[in-house]
Write a protein that binds this ligand. Structure first.
Ligand code: Z5A
Length: 213
């Protein structure tokens, strides 16, 4: 794939505040008009949104097997890459993604306990060389994040998992961020919304001076 625009992904435990910060960033980048592309995972395409419904609400039948779950998430991702992300990046657009491949690395590879190397290979098969330039990790104690979500109402299939699952998710993300300091930018997600948004904005404008106008 020829380069290209800017690919920013947001990651973290459920309820960490990704969607809130993406809204803030979108507001700051409104001058980019249709050169700004927002996506979410699972989802972001018709196929992906269908897969999202299965993954979130499949509660009546037997449990979804961990490997089947991984393949569903990565199927949604492969479609997103070929239908939305690659075309947008080759047109020089800026992508803000609410979750990307790190979610599978951490949720399926670390917290579900699937073999990390296999998860990595499947992830790479799904995305090819379409990788984020910068990943913003919103770090928060899962108990605090859950309290925020509790205020929102009904929990979905994954949100119902025990707190230990989300502690593994948080630890996994922090470890990944330490291993890839050039790509990850970790923020304290317990801070005030405006302060977090400011930190993210300062980092992005420093890195991409002039490219986000
Ligand atoms: N998953 C996976 O296992 N493998 C994969 O490969 C992928 C995903 C791609 C997707 O759920 C689920 O799929 C997710 C991981 C798994 N696990 N679960 N469950 P989703 O897309 O429905 O949701 P999410 O990505 O987990 O995010 P969320 O629940 O929508 O939360 P959020 O976007 O991080 O947070 P928010 O909506 O911006 O904020 C939550 C609340 O906190 C809200 O009321 C805000 O007003 C409030 N908030 C936000 N920021 C603050 C601050 N700074 N202070 C106080 N209150 C705040």
């Amino acid at each position: 794939m020829s380069k290209r625009g800017i690919f920013i992904s947001f990651e973290g435990v459920d309820g960490c505040g990704k969607s809130t910060q993406i809204k803030e960033l979108r507001r700051r980048l409104r001058g980019m008009g249709d050169r700004l592309v927002l996506t979410r995972e699972p989802g972001g395409t018709v196929l992906g949104e269908d897969i999202r419904k299965i993954l979130q609400s499949h509660a009546d039948g037997p449990e979804i097997d961990d490997r089947a779950e991984l393949l569903l998430f990565t199927a949604s991702r492969a479609q997103l890459v070929s239908e939305v992300l690659q075309p947008a990046l080759s047109e020089g657009k800026c992508i803000i993604a609410d979750r990307f491949l790190d979610s599978s690395t951490i949720y399926q590879g670390v917290a579900r306990g699937l073999d990390g190397e296999t998860v990595g290979k499947i992830n790479r098969f799904a995305v090819g060389d379409c990788l984020p330039d910068v990943t913003i990790l919103m770090d928060i104690d899962p108990a605090d994040a859950r309290q925020r979500l509790g205020e929102r109402g009904v929990a979905d299939r994954i949100e119902k998992l025990p707190e230990s699952f989300f502690r593994d998710v948080r630890d996994g993300y922090l470890q990944l961020a330490r291993a890839e300091p050039g790509r990850f930018f970790t923020v304290d997600a317990t801070d005030k919304i405006g302060a977090i948004s400011e930190r993210i904005w300062n980092m992005l404008t420093e890195r991409y001076n002039g490219l986000l106008d």
